[in-house]
Design a protein around this ligand. Structure first.
Ligand SMILES: [Zn+2]
Length: 435
């Protein structure tokens, strides 16, 4: 399907709008036909009375049923598989919180296409074959390891599969092998910077020019803080194992939203309550259909991620639609005293304060039948004069700003640097101990 000479999918990257739409229509037909070969979709399509041949263009997608995380669990281990087991070359599972994982399968063609998407993303951010790439992400079933790894190799970079954790070794490798591009979770990138600052070293001295940051939601404020600390350009990377993993959407040099690779994913934004499409530009739940996957096409997958489409043309000239920074996940939304709160709202306030470090934990408890929210933060190594008076003033200021943001008063616990558990992968930001 893909031209082996087009290693990073340039022919897809620069498709015009009409060309993309025509490609998507044909790819959707193929994807639905392929999906119907699996026991799962064959049954679902029959139940919903869907004639596969009646799916002609992308406008027909709304007639197809949604697929949810529970459907994937239900199909475990492999009733969504559409090919003979001997054609499968790899599987990944999603990082499930409870119960059965969800398994995703790939043929050689799928793995090749995924590498191409990831290589295309990194190249869009400015990475070239001359760069040295350190992948500071966990390997194994988690897709952030092999996903970025194969993409970076496809691009032709020198790849260091450092994996997650062991901060001292990460810093050593970056220095000794002149690493110019890294991939990490934003919380881990912050942790590495803080560790260096504590040891009197300047993260800028590492000379990293580009970072791909993903796998957990984070705010613009944290991006700016990381760019400032390291002096690199940080790009938001979005993906989910159900849709391969990383390489679904990535930022271009304008850093003004993430281009979704529409040759591979059909994008819908729906109202999670009514399941109807929202108006263009409105926030809703992202729904994706795979367009180029063979072993396991997924139709109308409800990602639970909340975002909106940016409809204006991007100055970079790419026609692939942009998604705005993710608001959060519909499952991450906390209901505190009847108010909807996203951890990202709290993070936004924390990141505005120079005297605070990047790490934080939100603890929810019940006190006299009322929800209580405590935000634990750490003082930054620099930017604080150590006086109790300053501390009290800063804490009051933080409390007031938080109240403006979320509508009620939270307890603030200011801790010594390094008091909170350091995150080496996805940070655990919320501890809910309510009755
Ligand atoms: Zn762009």
């Amino acid at each position: 399907m893909s031209d082996p000479k087009d290693r990073i999918g340039a022919k897809y990257e620069w498709m015009g709008r009409d060309e993309l739409t025509a490609f998507q229509s044909q790819a959707l037909r193929q994807s639905v036909t392929q999906a119907a070969k699996s026991p799962y979709y064959s049954r679902i399509f029959t139940q919903a009375d869907i004639d596969v041949d009646s799916i002609v263009g992308i406008e027909d997608v709304t007639r197809l049923p949604f697929t949810t995380k529970d459907d994937l669990r239900f199909s475990y281990p492999n009733t969504m598989l559409t090919v003979e087991p001997e054609q499968v070359v790899r599987m990944h599972t999603s990082s499930g919180t409870t119960g059965k994982p969800t398994a995703i399968f790939h043929t050689q063609e799928d793995v090749d296409n995924w590498a191409e998407l990831m290589a295309r993303s990194l190249a869009m951010g400015g990475a070239t074959p001359k760069d040295v790439f350190q992948n500071m992400s966990g390997y194994g079933l988690f897709t952030g390891g092999l996903g970025l790894h194969y993409g970076a190799e496809r691009l032709g970079m020198w790849v260091i599969p450092a994996g997650a954790g062991n901060t001292a070794r990460q810093i050593l490798l970056i220095r000794d092998f002149h690493v110019t591009v890294i991939h990490a979770t934003p919380s881990y990138a912050m942790h590495v910077a803080e560790r260096m600052l504590q040891e009197g070293e300047d993260p800028k001295s590492l000379n990293i020019k580009m970072a791909a940051l993903g796998a957990e939601p984070y705010t613009e404020e944290l991006r700016l803080k990381l760019q400032d600390l390291y002096g690199f350009k940080a790009f938001n990377s979005y993906g989910l194992s159900e849709m391969n993993g990383p390489g679904v959407a990535f930022e271009c040099p304008y850093q003004n939203g993430l281009h979704v690779w529409e040759d591979s994913y059909l994008v819908e934004i729906i109202n999670p309550e009514t399941l109807q499409p929202v108006a263009d530009g409105e926030v809703g739940e992202l729904v994706l259909t795979t367009l180029r996957r063979t072993a396991m096409p997924i139709i109308r997958y409800r990602t639970r991620d909340l975002t909106r489409k940016i409809t204006a043309d991007c100055p970079c000239g790419r026609k692939h639609v942009r998604l705005s920074r993710f608001v959060g996940r519909s499952d991450d939304m906390l209901i505190i005293r009847g108010v909807n709160v996203f951890p990202s709202q709290v993070e936004e306030v924390i990141m505005r304060h120079e005297w605070l470090g990047g790490n934080y934990v939100i603890t929810l408890t019940t006190k006299e039948a009322l929800d209580q929210m405590t935000v634990k933060v750490e003082i930054a190594k620099s930017g604080f004069d150590g006086s109790m008076l300053t501390l009290r003033r800063l804490r009051d200021e933080l409390q007031r700003e938080l109240k403006e943001q979320i509508g009620f008063t939270a307890e603030i616990d200011v801790l010594e640097p390094g008091s909170l558990p350091a995150s080496e992968g996805k940070a655990k930001r919320v501890i809910d101990e309510r009755d």
